[in-house]
Design a protein. Structure first.
Length: 260
């Protein structure tokens, strides 16, 4: 269940517009590497389309070159606020976070991180708690700029990714001992595909999982969320979970802002 919750928060997309029928899985060509023209950016992900049940909300600058603020939750009402501050022409990004109310189930590995970029990709992240450097994450890429590994906890632990074209087909994250495989994809754009970098939430007690996870061009078919709706541009607007009797249990909806 932990992996399912991780995956749910990874798979966000936006604006509920013109819906298409349930997609046919794209089993034969997950390695499509055709260039994608970005038409819109994710701004909100909601559980059951309830504005009070935020899973992800992103504030961008005017031209979508910087993320300014992120609100992250699990759909239960309580959220964490992430503030992004940029330095040295975006070469360094400081991220700090806070909880709006006194919600005791949240706790954190760190209270501030400094992201160091190189060639517009994360090179390393310095992680601080109470002003003390506690950990340094390192990021490694292949010759095509695809993320292969993130190491942390003094390089003793890593997140590892195996790619086929523009999609991750296997991953091992957050101290899991075995790889999770993805072998069925839709023809639709993955919600986080246009987000700038892979980044952990650094939430320790609730669930430590990715905040941004732009590792797929195409939406993988989720083991629980098998029905998808998308807008006219192929961006997923809704994922629906149904039980064995085909009655609605819950859904995730995604909202976007178009490129100006």
């Amino acid at each position: 269940m932990k992996k399912y919750l991780m995956f749910i928060c990874i798979t966000a997309l936006a604006l509920t517009a013109c819906h298409k029928p349930e997609p046919e899985p794209n089993n034969n060509n997950p390695a499509d590497t055709t260039e994608t023209v970005v038409k819109k950016y994710l701004v909100k992900q909601l559980l059951n389309d309830d504005p009070e049940k935020i899973m992800l909300a992103i504030d961008w600058n005017d031209d979508f070159t910087r993320i300014l603020h992120v609100k992250y939750g699990l759909g239960y009402g309580s959220c964490i606020d992430y503030d992004f501050e940029y330095y040295n022409n975006n070469d360094s990004i400081q991220v700090t976070w806070s909880v709006e109310d006194d919600f005791s189930t949240w706790s954190f590995w760190y209270d501030r991180i400094m992201i160091h970029m190189r060639e517009k990709k994360v090179d390393s992240i310095c992680c601080y708690a109470k002003g003390e450097l506690r950990d340094v994450e390192h990021y490694f890429y292949d010759e095509n700029g695809k993320l292969l590994k993130r190491t942390y906890f003094d390089n003793a632990v890593s997140d590892d990714f195996r790619w086929d074209g523009d999609n991750v087909v296997e991953y091992k994250i957050m101290e899991d001992n075995s790889f999770v495989a993805f072998d069925t994809f839709t023809n639709y754009t993955h919600p986080h595909y246009t987000l700038p970098f892979y980044l952990s939430t650094e939430v320790a007690f609730e669930i430590r999982q990715p905040l941004f996870y732009p590792l797929w061009k195409h939406q993988p078919v989720h083991p629980l969320y098998k029905k998808y709706e998308a807008d006219e541009d192929g961006y997923i607007t809704k994922m629906t979970h149904k039980d064995s009797s085909d009655s609605l249990e819950k859904c995730i909806t995604f909202y976007y802002e178009p490129v100006k």
